[in-house]
Design a protein around this ligand. Structure first.
Ligand SMILES: [Zn+2]
Length: 193
């Protein structure tokens, strides 16, 4: 076993990046660029932020992936064996990239992906705790679509869901700190932990 030490300097401006123990996603507090930690080191990725809803404020920022995708649903088979039409559509997903319970991540991802949020430049504030790899964010997006299909009224026996990734970027999402914990400042979804 060999250990390698990688410099955690912003690949864009050279500033030292700060993260938490297991972070693989970094935002530069100096120039605002986002980067992902890979075997070879840090790789710059497009980044930005989603703004709080009107009347809400951003007390803390957390990382997420914004995915522009084309979703294809086919081979919908109902319990009786009857097939029904699939569909294909362009969809945007916002998938939280910080560690939380799957229930929280799913509720928040579903709400954020339905909210038509406006985007802005990355805030020059600490944005830490990013641990979710891009391919895992795509898997969670697929999980959301499968969940939506299963919830539809007919008794679904099986379905095929494909997600083609058109573009991806890291975004900071705003949270308000309340007595009970964190609440998303875009959707109002509270994290139960
Ligand atoms: Zn930088």
């Amino acid at each position: 076993m060999s250990l390698r030490l990688l410099p955690l300097d912003c690949p864009s401006c050279g500033s030292a990046l700060r993260g938490e123990g297991l972070d693989t996603i970094f935002f530069c507090g100096h120039c605002g660029h986002g980067a992902v930690l890979e075997h070879e080191g840090l790789r710059l990725v497009p980044s930005g932020a989603l703004l709080p809803a009107p009347g809400r404020s951003s007390g803390e920022w957390r990382p997420a992936w914004l995915l522009e995708t084309e979703v294809t649903v086919r081979d919908r088979v109902r319990a009786g064996g009857r097939r029904s039409d699939g569909w294909r559509a362009e969809r945007v997903f916002v998938i939280p990239a910080f560690a939380s319970s799957l229930a929280d991540l799913t509720r928040l991802a579903r709400a954020l992906s339905q909210a038509a949020g406006s985007t802005a430049e990355t805030p020059r504030a600490p944005i830490r705790g990013g641990v979710l790899a891009l391919e895992d964010a795509v898997t969670l997006a697929r999980h959301l679509v499968v969940g939506d299909e299963v919830r539809r009224s007919d008794a679904l026996a099986s379905v095929t869901v494909e997600i083609a990734l058109r573009s991806s970027r890291l975004v900071a999402i705003p949270f308000e700190r309340t007595a009970k914990g964190l609440r998303c400042a875009i959707t109002g979804v509270a994290l139960r932990g």
